[in-house]
Design a protein around this ligand. Structure first.
Ligand SMILES: *Cc1c(COP(=O)(O)O)cnc(C)c1O
Length: 376
């Protein structure tokens, strides 16, 4: 079976895991510090502060708290998003407001978002869906106009750049995920990028039980035994072994993004002329693609998935829209007609680091064969 995702675990990751285990300090320690420094180096700016956390979802929870979101506040988020974002909004007791996405880019539709702003709106989560980034300049202007905080969910966008600036270098609060399927995995992990030292200190307290021991102590594989606790905190810190694996992955960022870009471009080229298939409208320049998605006629998607599966090709659905889940069906929402359509048409094809181009061709040929048989 050709999988939709496949982790790039090679000798470097295995060696790094062993070294971190042999160090004998399993919790947050020196590897975490090195991982944060490396992420900061890749983002390439001095005026941002990076904190590693246990998962991207934990990062989103922390980001909402840093943004000052409280029970009763409203948070605008695209319904076409990962459930992690919706759960994190629930954890801070805020009210979710579902917004539609743009039919071409699949990013949050800012015009629709403007219609959803109320005096209770405290923040907006903006997520970069895969290979086409959101219009971050327009988002910054939006935040300024409505005086709200922006949480940039960049779970798909590590190593991508927007107008020549690395993702993570320009947002209000930025969150990455390094979960098992993301472009850079730590097995599980996340990164929160904030703008001030005060915010970083708050993130440090939130990620480790509210403890006010400075991170620099643990970064030397030691513990401070006396400290104060002033606020509620969670157990959201990153572990040494996870950071060690992440560091090995960061060392391969170039080959990871090059091979993903090449595969995505090849898919686009091979599938471009199929009238029933919509491919991402981008040349993938400057991005590190997480998925390769297409849009197909809703009534044919299940048949296509079944046929591909029968022929040894796995596919995925990113995502079912949030407002269709039982838990969130009564959440506040604007018009979601684009999201409804996209949710029925979207399909992820196999994409992973170092995927052979012959594999891409094999998958694309099967998609083509299906549509040649199903064309009127
Ligand atoms: C993966 C993902 C998350 C959650 O990150 P985890 O590390 O899995 O907790 C959040 N948002 C988006 C868009 C994601 O793809």
């Amino acid at each position: 079976m050709i999988p939709v995702f496949k982790p790039l675990i090679e000798q470097e990751e295995i060696d790094a895991s062993r070294e971190s285990l042999e160090l004998g300090w399993l919790g947050m320690g020196s590897y975490v510090s090195k991982f944060e420094q490396k992420v900061k180096e890749i983002i390439g700016v001095e005026d941002r502060y990076v904190a590693a956390v246990s998962t991207g979802t934990a990062g989103l929870h922390i980001a909402l708290l840093v943004a000052g979101v409280q029970p009763g506040d409203e948070v605008i988020v695209a319904s076409f998003n990962c459930s992690a974002d919706f759960q994190a909004i629930g954890w801070v007791g805020a009210e979710m407001v579902f917004c539609d996405c743009d039919d071409d880019t699949l990013e949050l539709d800012l015009e629709r978002a403007a219609e959803l702003v109320t005096p209770k709106t405290k923040a907006m989560i903006v997520m970069d869906y895969d290979c086409i980034l959101s219009d971050h300049d327009a988002i910054a202007a939006f935040a300024e106009k409505y005086k709200i905080r922006i949480i940039h969910d960049a779970a798909h966008a590590f190593g991508s750049s927007y107008k020549g600036k690395m993702v993570g270098s320009f947002s209000d609060i930025c969150v990455f995920s390094h979960d098992p399927v993301k472009t850079i995995t730590c097995l599980d992990g996340g990164t929160v990028v904030v703008k001030t030292e005060e915010e970083l200190k708050y993130v440090h307290e939130l990620r480790l039980l509210g403890m006010q021991q400075p991170a620099t102590v643990m970064y030397q594989n030691q513990r401070a035994w006396t400290f104060d606790v002033e606020r509620v905190g969670f157990r959201y810190h990153m572990l040494n072994m996870h950071a060690a694996i992440g560091l090995a992955q960061l060392g391969k960022l170039d080959v990871i993004s090059e091979t993903r870009r090449a595969a995505s471009r090849y898919y686009n080229e091979l599938l471009r002329d199929l009238p029933q298939v919509r491919t991402p409208k981008t040349d993938f320049e400057g991005v590190n693609p997480f998925l390769y998605y297409i849009r197909v006629p809703a009534e044919l998607r299940d048949d296509l998935r079944a046929e591909l599966k029968a022929n040894g090709v796995d596919t995925g659905i990113h995502w079912q829209p949030g407002h269709l889940f039982s838990l969130w069906k009564n959440a506040k929402a604007g018009d979601l007609s684009v999201t409804d359509r996209v949710g029925k048409e979207i399909l992820s094809l196999p994409l992973y680091s170092k995927i052979p181009l012959e594999t891409v061709k094999e998958v694309a040929d099967q998609v083509k064969a299906f549509f040649q048989r199903h064309s009127k």
